[in-house]
Design a protein around this ligand. Sequence first.
Ligand code: NAD
Ligand code: ZN
Length: 357
Amino acid sequence: DVLTIETASKTYPVYVGTNILDQLSVFIKDSIPDLTTIMVITDETVAKLYSNDIRAALENFNTEFCIVPSGERAKTFDVYYQALSFAFEKKLDRKSLVIAFGGGAIGDLGGFVASTYMRGIPFIQVPTTILSHDSAVGGKVAINHPLGKNMIGSFYQPEAVLYDLTFLQSLPQNEKLSGFAEVIKHSLIHDPSFYDWLVTNINSIEALDGEKLHHSLKRGIEIKNHFVSKDERETGIRAYLNFGHTLGHAIEAEMGYGQWTHGESVMVGILFALQLSKDFAGLNFQTEPLKEWLHQLGYETEIPQELSVQNLVSRMKQDKKSIGQKVNFVLLEEIGRPKLYEVSDEEIEKQLLIFQQ
Ligand code: NAD
Ligand code: ZN
């Protein structure tokens, strides 16, 4: 499959399928004229598993490998600096290409390196996680500052995304859960029949592969594209993608990054947003069947006991998407119909106590 992402700044293809890595060199030959050097940015885990595959796929090009730490540790100033030094040492120029080969962390780092080296050189995303159906589309790239996650970054679209689902098989269970939470989110904010399809068809994350995985991720990308294509720089509907993330980010940060994955935290945030939606936005929805399904898949559905309500609330108020004393929540008026609501911190506190009962 090839999906087309259209944004104001660029239109580019997303290839989705199994065993499609050989299309990478075809795309590069056809689309990147006068290519000098390719810099592959990947992490230690992905390099161990798949460096032979990517080497083989790029054997006809002058390719250099920059291997960085796995996970969030890739998104530091230090690693960013090292990657730029690597680019200078290998004499990358404006006709060079960065390939980000890994999960969302590598996509964010690689894209930010590409967007800033010599004011921007081309890059291609070759994502390797379920989560990256989300992160590889839309053009947000960033590293972290100790005082703010993803706060140093830019909007920078890739030349292409090549999503070979074969790589996903080696993902650990919690990373699968993390990524699939975003698929569920995409269904809830935009497509009730896709949501029904997921609940009916996906009964195990472990055994998720083949056609069902393909369909889930393809539809997830289409929905993400719906929200970003009309709003590349997040002045309007792109914010709906934040559904479940207000509390989700707070849980993730309060737990300490890496304790709960992003998606596991967001899943609890989604359940909380659904509760608020019923109270404030008139949503008519049975939460129990959803919770049962989530348990079956392996998700937590409650806020970790050790976290305090006050700390969660103050985290939510620090969120860059919040304004003044109130916290902005994406709520659903119906499944597939999101809207922004401002909720006061007293109300959030009250609702969190109800949620925890
Ligand atoms: P990740 O890159 O940290 O990958 C998660 C873990 O899985 C890492 O330890 C990685 O080494 C490992 N891994 C990757 N591919 C693997 C494979 N095929 N087999 C086995 N292990 C593999 O992150 P992620 O979960 O993909 O994404 C999270 C990151 O994405 C966060 O930094 C988040 O801020 C960012 N993000 C960005 C956007 C965006 O729009 N730019 C959107 C959502 C999330
Ligand atoms: Zn997310």
